[in-house]
Design a protein around this ligand. Structure first.
Ligand SMILES: [Zn+2]
Length: 300
């Protein structure tokens, strides 16, 4: 018996070894490089700096550079790389560094920009939060703004607009009116459903802030994480799609909450299965339900 099993095993191994050749292995999908700097099509001076899965916009003008989000959380080398990448495009001074919102994965590590002479600008809630938390890797803003500020530099106009609570309480929309481009981070994901972005969010106000963004004049959205698929930019349809997703999730969890089903079994029952093909769905679904259970089932 034992000998028969061994013989079968040996035969299996032999035939297996005889039929698999290195060239028959499926090709591994090409990994994107760790970082990349890309000029946005159709513009003279608008760039995206991507490092791993985060990205920031920078604008080059004859009078200097406006940069955004240092994206250096736990990886200071991303920030020095970012500055080096700007230096490959221009030797003009880096005048500004604008924070998109207060989350460290987007704004930690800004010291090399400060050292280069940049003035750091953010919504006023950013400084209020950072001042309490005293994160050693995150530089405090030099200037805090309320609902609106316009930066004009070397012929480029950049509007910084606060559209209320959403994914955070400090998110700015950065709008280039001439180019009809906006840069907005985490509250307008492109082609994927929000997951971790829900955790400390303000769901009802989030929907209202998206309505304000949809009413603005723009055509392309640069997101803070590469758009799916292929790192694409977003459109108003993408914003509308996420708004619909949040509205549907909210309504479904509201019904569960009012039937006394939060946190469980709502977290198992609300499947939002029509979004199952979207990137991030598996991770996002329970987080989305939990956040809306917090709202409708707890009152927060
Ligand atoms: Zn965030």
């Amino acid at each position: 018996m034992k000998r028969t099993v061994l013989a079968i095993l040996a035969l299996g191994l032999a035939t297996g070894a005889a039929t698999v050749w290195p060239q028959d292995k499926p090709a591994e999908p090409a990994k994107p490089p760790l970082f990349a700097t890309t000029k946005v099509d159709g513009t003279d001076n608008v760039y995206i700096f991507r490092y791993a899965n985060h990205q920031a916009m920078f604008i080059v003008t004859p009078a200097g550079v406006i940069a955004t989000d240092p994206i250096g959380y736990g990886r200071p080398q991303a920030v020095t790389t970012y500055v080096d990448e700007i230096r490959k495009v221009t030797d003009k001074p880096i005048k500004y560094l604008v924070y998109s919102h207060h989350h460290y994965d987007h704004i930690a590590g800004g010291q090399p920009f400060k050292d280069a002479g940049a003035k750091i600008i953010a919504h006023k809630r950013v400084k209020e939060r950072l001042a309490v938390l005293k994160d050693p890797a995150t530089v405090l803003p030099d200037e805090s703004i309320g609902n609106r500020k316009t930066i004009k530099l070397g012929g480029t106009t950049l509007e910084l607009i606060y559209v209320g609570l959403n994914h955070s309480d400090s998110s700015l929309v950065m709008r280039l009116p001439k180019e009809k481009i906006i840069f907005a981070v985490d509250f307008l994901p492109v082609g994927s459903v929000p997951g971790l972005a829900m955790i400390d969010s303000y769901p009802l106000e989030w929907e209202a802030s998206m309505k304000k963004v949809l009413a603005m004049d723009w055509e392309r959205l640069i997101p803070g994480h590469p758009g799916a698929p292929g790192g694409r930019l977003g459109t108003k349809k993408d914003v509308q799609d996420i708004r619909t997703f949040l509205q549907e999730a909210s309504a479904e969890v509201q019904a569960e909450a009012r039937a006394g089903k939060c946190w469980q079994p709502a977290e198992k029952e609300v499947t939002l299965s029509r979004y199952a093909g979207w990137p991030g769905y598996e991770v996002a679904r329970p987080l989305v339900v939990r956040r809306y259970c917090g709202l409708w089932g707890r009152g927060t």
